[in-house]
Design a protein around this ligand. Structure first.
Ligand SMILES: Cc1cc2nc3c(=O)[nH]c(=O)nc-3n(C[C@H](O)[C@H](O)[C@H](O)COP(=O)(O)OP(=O)(O)OC[C@H]3O[C@@H](n4cnc5c(N)ncnc54)[C@H](O)[C@@H]3O)c2cc1C
Length: 393
């Protein structure tokens, strides 16, 4: 396995297809989705421009998040989101082997009191989805008030490594400090700030509206709390499923504490309104959030206060749509020459890639086969499981 983003057949076939069409692709947004899709089309031989409003790639939600490389353990109630991450995780590991790190003990448990599913049901769902795990004794990990716990293969994202690689590989295709103010579709292409492209891809997580968006979509200001460990912590702890908390490593020095009920801070119609909410949060507001989150964390992890010291907040904005099963799936809509990407999880960048390539006449099945030349399509489920195993070693 090399560090290159794609296997040879995709480069060959994609390069042939797009060079022949001589496509010029404009991408708005240099987060995970914009950077990945920029590389996809660059490697296909297209002329690519990625416009990012900030001074660097991977800003905003692309780094202000939990840094969890999802595999599926987090979504027992939504099969689409779970299976998207089950399918995409091995592809992420093959394409970007250096963008994540293992977590020694990545523990998932199910709260007796607050969870919407019980532990046995949770484990059955994970097993049925082809996800591997080991049963562990909750007490060995300082966990109380649960029926059981499992150790998983979920990993930690390395944002610095991803940022460095994306910047290097995108090279002159990348335009930083370049806010897009207009995307205009026309009969022969679409314009970004007056520059014409065959195809435009909006990767702003809907911050810029360029086409159809999910009907009940909203922007959610979020807050996670950073902590330092006062004594060696075993890895990561995620309590499922519903109004529960997680303690997850963020980088070498920090962990984040989040809680479904207190991390989400409201629902706004525009990205700007949600960001304005974050800008006005006071120290007193944060004290309340910290108090609430700590109280909840102490229930299933009673040693929380002895183990961690508060460092400060992480603010972000999440684009979501209302639904009962907490789904976070990735979807793409096309209107004229403009694609709008609705991002789910970070590793589901490949769902957007497949969808866009297919809509441009590049069959998604072809792209899947090209990425995994030996994929047995008849037996895809067990094949994905095998690759998952291989990817996490
Ligand atoms: C609190 C929180 C926790 C999360 N935890 C996880 C997790 O653990 N694991 C996971 O997989 N996912 C997680 N997510 C989801 C993850 O953050 C998103 O899937 C991901 O950031 C989407 O990437 P993106 O590139 O689509 O959008 P973004 O990361 O929002 O990037 C969009 C980019 O577009 C740029 N932009 C916006 N408007 C313009 C414009 N007009 N012109 C030019 N550029 C523009 C922005 O500056 C930004 O850089 C979390 C999200 C939040 C908020």
């Amino acid at each position: 396995m090399g560090t290159s983003c794609f296997n040879f057949p995709l480069i060959l076939f994609g390069g042939f297809l797009f060079r022949r069409y001589g496509m010029k692709i404009g991408i708005v947004g240099g987060g995970w989705y914009g950077c990945h899709l920029g590389l996809v089309f660059k490697r296909c031989g297209c002329e690519v421009d990625v416009y990012e409003a900030e001074a660097d790639v991977l800003q905003l939600a692309s780094i202000n998040n939990q840094a969890r490389l999802h595999i599926g353990y987090h979504y027992p109630r939504c099969s689409v989101t779970r299976l998207q991450t089950v399918a995409c995780f091995p592809r992420f590991m093959e394409a970007y082997p250096t963008f994540s790190k293992p977590i020694e003990n990545n523990i998932y448990t199910v709260s007796k009191k607050d969870s919407l599913v019980d532990f046995r049901t949770y484990c059955q769902i994970m097993e049925a989805s082809g996800l591997q795990f080991d049963y562990v004794n909750p007490a060995d990990f300082g966990i109380a008030g649960v029926d059981g716990a499992i150790s998983t293969q979920e990993r930690l994202l390395d944002f610095d490594e991803a940022r460095r690689t994306f910047k290097e590989k995108l090279g002159r295709s990348l335009h930083l400090n370049s806010r897009v103010t207009s995307v205009v579709d026309g009969p022969d292409g679409a314009q970004i700030n007056g520059e014409t492209y065959d195809t435009v891809i909006n990767c702003t997580w809907c911050a810029l509206k360029t086409g159809p968006q999910p009907e009940n979509m909203f922007f959610e200001p979020t807050v996670l709390l950073y902590y330092e460990a006062l004594q060696p912590f075993y890895g990561a702890l995620t309590v499922m499923d519903g109004p529960c908390f997680s303690i997850y490593p963020y980088d070498e020095d920090r962990y984040s504490l989040s809680h479904v009920s207190f991390t989400a801070r409201g629902q706004y119609k525009t990205f700007a309104e949600a960001q304005a909410f974050n800008d006005q949060v006071t120290e007193a507001d944060l004290d309340v959030v910290r108090c609430n989150m700590t109280e909840k964390a102490l229930k299933e992890f009673p040693a929380f206060k002895e183990c961690f010291r508060y460092l400060g907040p992480q603010f972000s904005v999440k684009t979501k749509y209302s639904n009962a099963c907490a789904s976070r799936d990735t979807a793409v809509k096309k209107q004229g020459h403009v694609f709008s990407v609705f991002s789910g999880k970070i590793d589901t960048i490949f769902i957007a890639e497949d969808s866009i390539l297919e809509q441009l006449g590049f069959k998604s099945e072809t792209s899947k086969i090209a990425l995994f030349p030996d994929l047995d399509m008849e037996n895809e489920e067990s094949e994905l499981e095998r690759r998952l195993q291989r990817a996490v070693g």
